[in-house]
Design a protein around this ligand. Sequence first.
Ligand SMILES: Cc1ncc(COP(=O)(O)O)c(C=O)c1O
Length: 373
Amino acid sequence: MQLSAPQHIAAIVPYPPGKPMDELEREYGVTNAIKLASNENPWGPSPKAVAAIAQMLSNLHRYPDGSSYALTRGVAQWVGCAPEEIVLGNGSNEVIEFLVKAFVGTGDRVITSHPSFLMYQKFVQVRGGENVVIDLKAMRHDLEAIATAVTDRTRLIFIDNPNNPTGTLISSGEFDRFLRSLPQSVIVVVDEAYVDFVDTAERIDILGYIANCDDVPAVVSLRTFSKAFGLAGLRVGFGIMHREVASLLHRVRQPFNVNLPAQAGALAALEDIDHYQRTLTGTAEGRKWLSAEVTRLGCTAYPSHTNFFLIDVKGDATRLYEAMLYKGVIVRSMKAYGYPQYIRITVGTAAENERFVGALADCRRDLGYADAA
Ligand SMILES: Cc1ncc(COP(=O)(O)O)c(C=O)c1O
């Protein structure tokens, strides 16, 4: 065999997913592992979604509806926009990929922040585009530096708001000033994977920008069923955008990109407001409790608008991450993101949160971090 992948493909470092629980149990001989590493919904999927999926299973010999007619309309109604302004994807990840496929060619530039969600840069690398990466400033998107970095080769700007991994939010006023400082030729993608956890009053008026796009560059919002809706395993996400942008994205997508159970499950989840609301309330309560507990242990918890947050563990984060694996608790070390003393944890159920706090206390003591604090 003689492989000759182009250099820009060979150079891609694969995305590092959070460690799966059964892999941890196999490798470390622990049982009842808990995973607080991938910002999933710890309360599980909506029972209504599970029932709708079960009903769909006997139709698996059929292709799904390539236009996702019912789900597109359901999502549009939930958002308050027209169905033509929605593009569904196999996770919002796929909508990121569509945007890059549709708008970025070899040598075109895309601006992202560091650290932020890693997949933006990877899709750009696949296309042979050029990543322009701007460091966060005090853990927030540096909008001024991003605007300064725009050139006539810039096609897209990705802003995850709230940001992953810091959980920080930019205000609608900051965003408005930023948007109006940009040339009309760029597309600003606001990745709102965690927006469900943000107070409604603090959200950016995406629909307003889409409706008034004569004054500002195109704005796209990315949303997902993986977090607040608890359907990460089903892989459904969507983008909200001007219909002309949507029409270009439909040209680069596969005809059946959202599978049959996914269309049924996501639609049913939209109708399960109780499950959605319970998730939001449970997350807010868990975040508050966890912040207080980790502070009590001598760590610093950073305020967050999401279902996860950063903790300064006052010692090497990767050693702590490894020690916690032996306790069956999976978190994320933020060393690779440039924060060597930080871990990122997802808010779990009350029982998971207690287990995490116990393991954190034990591991920090064993590693000598508690004495140093
Ligand atoms: C900021 C951000 N955007 C997008 C995604 C991907 O979500 P999806 O599961 O919809 O592909 C994630 C996943 O963790 C994320 O953190």
